[in-house]
Design a protein around this ligand. Structure first.
Ligand code: ADP
Ligand code: ADP
Length: 232
């Protein structure tokens, strides 16, 4: 479902050259939950930004749902991005919109009718356990509730994959557990493929099927979670 083939990303700031990703290869099958773990600066964000095409790789190809997303026109790219949901560490909600309107936002962008939006948003809010919070604003919600809104929004256009960028790093341990349970439910009930990046072992241990370790821009290991955490 997600495939990185020999992906490299180099940033050039004047005379400074940073090899943020070096020849990365990764194959994630449909329905998997795959974690990429690494220290700060290892290249996790760069990797995930190459999959949702916030960054274009310097070299290599990125396949999502059978399509090479590095070779698309601007219009095709917008289309492809709708097939990719993303959630972030700091939720990135629209502060001037209430919960319902945050989840409705991507549906408005794809030109759906008011009625279609209502029919999509209501079950999504139910799915994430926020049916009674539709008219609240982000500032009135806890961190965990904000991330639930962000998850509902990410699912609005029925993406094939969900990318999670340090999605629980700003949450306390108890809230982290409940958000991870929600992600596991969504994976199981919707069959959605999840790629998550994190610096937290516990996140990987609790929901990932496989895990890759990233270090200085290189994917150095790819293993079943059980094998990864077993001492040699
Ligand atoms: P992580 O998410 O694991 O913390 P990043 O992907 O953010 O790592 O960063 C990997 C490396 O690339 C770091 O050395 C970082 O400073 C550098 N980097 C990331 N984004 C940029 C950018 N836009 N311009 C220049 N260097 C960048
Ligand atoms: P995180 O690792 O949590 O994603 P960072 O604080 O490392 O966040 O990076 C935030 C933003 O700054 C990202 O968009 C990243 O690409 C960019 N960035 C990171 N390092 C650099 C850098 N050395 N030069 C320019 N931009 C950078």
């Amino acid at each position: 479902m997600i495939e990185l083939n020999n992906v490299s990303k180099t940033y050039t700031n004047g005379s400074q050259v940073v090899h943020a990703l070096k020849n990365a290869n990764l194959h994630i099958p449909k329905g998997a939950i795959h974690g990429v773990i690494g220290l700060s600066g290892a290249g996790k964000s760069t990797l995930i930004r190459c999959v949702n095409l916030l960054e274009r790789p310097t070299e290599g190809s990125v396949m999502v749902d059978g399509q090479d997303i590095t070779r698309l026109s601007a219009a095709q790219l917008n289309q492809a991005r709708h097939r990719i949901g993303m959630i972030f560490q700091h939720f990135n909600l629209l502060t001037t919109r209430n919960v319902f309107d945050n989840v409705a936002f991507p549906l408005e962008l794809t030109g759906q009718s008011k009625q279609a939006i209502k029919e999509r948003v209501e079950p999504l809010l139910k799915l994430v356990g926020l049916a009674d919070k539709a008219s609240q604003f982000p500032a009135q919600l806890s961190g965990g509730q904000k991330q639930r809104v962000a998850i509902a929004r990410a699912l609005a256009n029925e993406p094939a994959v969900l990318l999670c960028d340090e999605a629980t790093s700003a949450l306390d341990p108890q809230t982290t557990t409940s958000i991870l349970e929600l992600l596991r439910d969504i994976n199981q009930t919707l069959g959605i493929t999840i790629l998550l990046i994190t610096h937290e072992m516990e996140v990987v241990k609790s929901i990932c099927h496989r895990v890759s370790l990233i270090s200085a821009g290189e994917l150095v290991e790819d293993a079943e979670v059980g094998d990864f955490f077993t001492a040699p």
